[in-house]
Design a protein around this ligand. Structure first.
Ligand code: PEP
Length: 253
């Protein structure tokens, strides 16, 4: 089902004490998260179990891993499998964040495998796509993002793709303070939905949540989220400040 989603990406920030305090401030605030909405906290691996306990009696709040391995198990020192995530009741996982693509050389093909691993364990992949600045300057971002979707998601059937959340994150807007305009976000989200519709049909495409990521904050969330094809956001920096993230959650449709 297409939901409006505010997803926090803590990246490699916070100690356990700091993270526990931050999450507590957010989950104990007075906001209402409706059934058409989800709030997701992608926290570092060592905090997953604790964070899951903190949201356990909160409606429509969930915890996500920030990554998983593309193989099921084996000699991959330092890596984490989807079986491990499922065994501690994690139901979401960020897949293909641009930082993973850039610093850990994750390819569209590897990400297709990660998506499969997640779905095999009923973990919803939050699949990230988005173009670097040079591609935007050459005005070929639509083709670039369509290829990311094609190579990582088009092997799925119509039922499986509806279990994926997509996050469009223009790389030039991540952590830079430079946000895509609401019109730029809407234009790309509509394009992504058309690409999905051409492959899977209109009804399936209409049922998929597409989040925007890139310097979302309390002050701009309302305008961005109000766009018809924007179903919320994946938020880095502003998700580390309780009041900012609460404001972002309140901006969900
Ligand atoms: C992100 O890390 O996914 C992100 C969008 O970061 P920021 O909000 O800081 O730009």
């Amino acid at each position: 089902m297409r939901k409006q989603i505010a997803a926090a990406n803590w990246k490699m920030n916070n100690t356990l004490d700091e993270g526990t305090k931050l999450l507590n401030e957010i989950v104990s605030s007075d906001m209402q998260v409706n059934d058409n909405q989800s709030v997701i906290f992608a926290v570092p691996f060592p905090f997953l179990i604790n964070a899951n306990q903190q949201v356990s009696n909160k409606s429509n709040m969930f915890v996500a891993a920030q990554n998983c391995h593309n193989k099921t198990s084996g000699a991959f020192t330092g890596e984490v499998s989807v079986d491990m995530l499922a065994s501690i009741n994690i139901h979401y996982c960020v897949v293909g964040h641009s930082e993973r693509r850039e610093y850990f050389s994750e390819s569209n093909q590897t990400l297709a495998e990660k998506v499969d691993r997640c779905l095999s364990k009923s973990i919803t992949p939050i699949f990230c796509c988005g173009e670097p600045l040079a591609i935007r300057e050459d005005d070929i971002q639509n083709d670039y993002v369509a290829l990311q979707l094609k190579e990582s998601l088009f092997h799925l059937d119509g039922e499986a793709i509806q279990k994926v959340v997509i996050a469009y994150e223009p790389i030039w807007a991540i952590g830079t303070g430079k946000t895509a305009t609401a019109a730029q976000a809407q234009e790309m989200h509509a394009h992504i939905r058309t690409v999905l519709a051409n492959q899977f049909g209109d009804a399936v495409a209409a049922n998929i949540s597409i989040l925007y990521g890139g310097s979302v904050k309390g002050a701009n969330a309302n305008e961005i989220f109000s766009q018809p094809d924007v179903d919320g956001g994946l938020v880095g920096g502003a998700s580390l400040i309780a009041n900012e993230f609460i404001q972002i959650i309140k901006a969900l449709k």
